[in-house]
Design a protein around this ligand. Structure first.
Ligand code: PLP
Ligand code: SF4
Length: 449
């Protein structure tokens, strides 16, 4: 596996073969270690020492939610695939072929994220930038395309298994800046990855400095998408590069712009360690605003109490709940996925137990090729039960904020499984594949999480 370990972020991590050894040592369970070895041949795993020492409850592994967040589990593969990898373990060429075949079946590129939404500038493709919604452009800095650890449900898993063709990576700050100068409608630039905080501050600096140059005053908010507070909070506290990174981020605030750190919090336990609280305080100390988001995933946080506890903890820490996502249709979705009906129930039951200040998370949201679709609930209409849906963001801006309906389906997990409830609703759905029709297949779309 190729990983980009950056000097500034002295994260010690465990991945590949060493994961099975770690599980054998901590859990004293040879079968579990074997399963870890098999599954980690197919999907990418990387665990930081912070997660191993401060987040996972080893007494409850493998059922502990924080263990499930980052460690392989046999149910992530279907039993046939699991057996095929197991049988090929001693035979490297056979193993390579088996693994490649299985990865291909796991929908590695939901929504063609590598080919859609890539903007053009002066006739040339601008790689490493996605500009789908007018106000917010995403930037994927080349050296930020990995994370301090990997969420086992990550929808970017394909880029972590090391095929360079699968990586979103940019052409450098000057190209990004030239594009933004020509797009005054962009108010927000979101640095994403991977996790941009894996980069040494010296790598991130040219991007941040460039955004603060004259001519880009329309970019009023710089967002950083990160899970460092959960996976490697020392990044902003005791790492050799921590003070320099904070100074760099502070320069955004000093320039009169808003600095929004979009933190990914899957479970309330992630916010408990003292070092994480110090990292939050350090960010507030430089004038950053903190917003949180995460998907609802089975085995990790499919429980209203986990969400309500996480939101309450965030309110105390000064983090605004922002998005609750529906897990995408990629990777180990058979293991993590939940019916939309259930995801909505979890959201609603969680929201009902917190004060208004805790009810700011919008969701559950599917980030699809057509836009961000929120599931508002299930309505009983004269023609039967229906999902009530709404675009929060849409490729066609005119569709935003207009309620529409899909036929209720108790098992549907994703947008592509939904059908319009009535002829009125058809306008909100993409043209679906009919036999002999080369229509576009609706699927998940890349988004910052
Ligand atoms: C979610 C998302 C954004 C950001 O949307 P906001 O509503 O501004 O947070 C931008 N681009 C893409 C592709 C997204 O999925
Ligand atoms: S979900 Fe986000 S933080 Fe987690 S591994 Fe993927 S990119 Fe990194």
């Amino acid at each position: 596996m190729t990983t980009v370990e950056e000097l500034g972020s002295a994260t010690r991590t465990v991945s590949g073969r060493r994961l099975a050894a770690l599980v054998r040592e901590r859990c004293q369970d040879a079968n579990l270690a074997h399963e870890v070895e098999v599954v980690s041949r197919v999907l990418p795993f990387k665990v930081s020492h912070h997660v191993i020492d401060h987040l996972v409850d080893w007494q409850s592994a493998p059922d502990d939610p924080l263990y499930r967040l980052v460690f392989p589990h046999r149910d992530m593969l279907d039993p046939g695939h699991f057996g095929a990898v197991e049988r090929a373990l001693g035979d490297p060429p056979a193993l390579r072929a088996v693994v490649a075949g299985i990865r291909g079946e796991l929908n590695p590129h939901p929504g063609d994220q590598l080919t859609r939404n890539i903007p053009h500038h002066e006739g040339a493709e601008l790689s490493g930038v996605q500009h789908k919604y007018a106000q917010t452009a995403l930037v994927f800095p080349r050296h930020g395309q990995t994370c301090h650890a990997y969420c086992s449900y990550c929808f970017r898993w394909a880029q972590f298994v090391g095929d360079p063709q699968l990586r979103m990576a940019d052409d450098g700050p000057q190209h990004v800046i030239r594009y933004l100068r020509a797009h005054p409608e962009v108010t927000d630039v979101l640095f994403t990855g991977g996790d941009p905080l894996v980069m040494h501050s010296a790598r991130l600096k040219p991007y941040v400095d460039a955004l603060l140059e004259p001519g880009l005053e329309h970019v009023t908010t710089v967002r950083i998408g990160t899970k460092a507070l959960s996976f490697h909070p020392a990044r902003l506290v005791t790492d050799p590069d921590a003070a320099e990174m904070l100074r760099l981020l502070e320069s955004v605030v000093r320039a009169g712009r808003s600095l929004a750190v979009m933190v990914h919090v899957s479970h309330p336990r992630e916010l408990r360690p003292d070092v994480t609280r110090r990292a939050v305080a350090a960010l507030h100390g430089i004038g950053a605003q903190l917003w949180s988001q995460a998907p609802v995933v089975r085995h990790v946080n499919d429980d209203p109490r986990a969400w309500a506890d996480a939101w309450r903890a965030q309110l105390v820490l000064g983090i605004h709940p922002y998005y609750v996502f529906v897990e995408r249709d990629t990777g180990a979705r058979r293991y993590f996925g939940l019916p939309l009906r259930r995801v909505h129930e979890i959201y609603r039951d969680a929201v009902a137990t917190v004060s208004g200040l805790g009810r700011t998370a919008r969701g559950p949201v599917m980030s699809t090729a057509e836009g961000k679709v929120v599931v508002d609930g299930v309505a009983e209409l004269p023609g039967g039960p229906a999902f009530v849906l709404r675009f929060l963001q849409a490729r066609v801006p005119d569709l935003v904020g207009r309620p529409f309906h899909a036929r209720f389906d108790p098992t549907a997990q994703w947008w592509s499984e939904l059908v319009p409830f009535s002829p009125y609703d058809r306008a909100f759905f993409p043209v679906r594949d009919e036999p002999g029709d080369e229509g576009e297949r609706p699927a998940a779309q890349a988004g910052p999480r």
